[in-house]
Design a protein. Sequence first.
Length: 292
Amino acid sequence: LSFKPMVFTIDSLPPTGNLYDVQALQEYNGINQKERASILHYISSLSPVINFETSKIPKTDYIKQKEQEIIRQYEGEISGYIAGLQQTQEKRSVKLKKIEETEKEITNIRSRLKTLKEEMDDKNSSDLVVVGAWYFSKTSSLKWGSEKRFRILVPFQNVTVTKWDNGNCTWQEFREIKTNDGTSTVVTGNLVEQLDEFYAIVTIEAKKRDKYSIQIRELQVKIESLEKQAEKLNNHLDRIVANTEKCEKEVQLLRSYIAQKRKLIEDINSNWMTLEEAYQRHLEIYKHCNNY
């Protein structure tokens, strides 16, 4: 031979080719024993010995033709995945925008709730505020010893009444009366001037929660309404986020499918293949052809 052969085969059949002729087979093996031993000795001296697991062979035109059919099928699947990916990404974009809008709306409601609750805390307290007052100062039209009467009505019964003067008058009468209907307080009285110049003040105070009881009830209604809106929006936001996460998983899955198909096309486009790949490719082509 003018070159080192890649593969050797040893003929172990009898010349007649009859596998069932035992006598002829024994005679043939005995005659060719030395020749076979020489060939095996020569084979073992070759370096390197061929590795069928890594060695590659060229693809036949038939395999290439069939592989192009498979590639077209994969490309069709990729087109479908891309269309689904675009549709899913559009849905995700819409949901992300909806999440942003919902979170902004929730933030606005929380800000309003914070303001209302701060106002509620301020009004619903035991701090005293002025709910009624009477002021008097000396005028030139009054004569010495003149009498000045006053009457103050406030729509609260739990009140604190205080009076003050500059010491130049006498309080002849000063009464605090609770109305029978339990809703109001009347403060009446009169004072007499003793000197030319005098000043007097009567002040009625009540707790803030009493003075602003109506506003407090209105604030409670507003707060409850906003809290229900916030709860509803939070539940809606949770659903949108869950759907968005589902879209994210679909996007990742579709991208994975596309990458897998492109890798298969890349592998198929090679002009060479191992014996194992040839066997697997044969099975794939056979399966592919049977599907059609």
